[in-house]
Design a protein around this ligand. Sequence first.
Ligand code: SAM
Length: 239
Amino acid sequence: MQQYFVKNKIEEKEIVLEEDIAFHVQKVMRMKPQTRIRLVDADKRCYLAEIDYRKNQVFAIILDEIRESSEMNCEITLIMGLIRQEKWDFVLQKCSELGVKRIIPMMSSRNVVKTKEEKIEKKLERWNKITQEACEQCKRFEIAEVSAPIKLNHCDKYKSELNLIAYENAESISEDIRTLLNYNCKSVTFIIGPEGGFSEEEVMLCESMGYKRCSLGKRILRAETAAMYCCAVVNALVE
Ligand code: SAM
């Protein structure tokens, strides 16, 4: 069953679908009348609805509210060194499926990818479209947010209950992610380095902001793998 995020609150028994959704329903999916869809509104409430075509508009008749939320009961903030586009897009899609709340690209000393200020607006639009499509596909009630890139020394603004920096040179025993994550953790921020990783000084800077260094195991993971690993561990441990 197809799901769509609508911009406004659903307060009526039927609504006219927004143009882009109506186009997808009618021209792309070629849905027949009475086809059922899920709609998530601006209040993050999910509804079962059925399609109805009248004149040149596509209506959704609201049938019922779907209360069983698929959102994580632990908010994940992923601060991630900006990596090459195709891998970055992959991280956005997969971590959205894995329940991430927000993804914040980060620029540090060893980023391979540099972003131009004037291109950020366009990139943000594309990045948020990727997360919206991924969140529609996996039936989430929220869209994972992607914000503009930050510098490493601004990570203190995005702290959670638990704050970890994944460091490839961390001691894999004492700073293992399982010992750091606890089952009733309500929110966690992970900092993941770019392709070039972190310098010891950068890790110490993050520690001075209250982040703990943590190991993701004995193998050196690609940045995109590390991001998915962190989200998957929270899913497994906390969900
Ligand atoms: N430059 C590093 C090297 O070659 O040793 C690799 C960096 S890795 C590609 C990118 C990021 O993934 C790291 O900065 C870290 O945040 C995370 N990462 C990868 N493997 C990890 C591990 N075993 N433990 C902790 N973090 C890891």
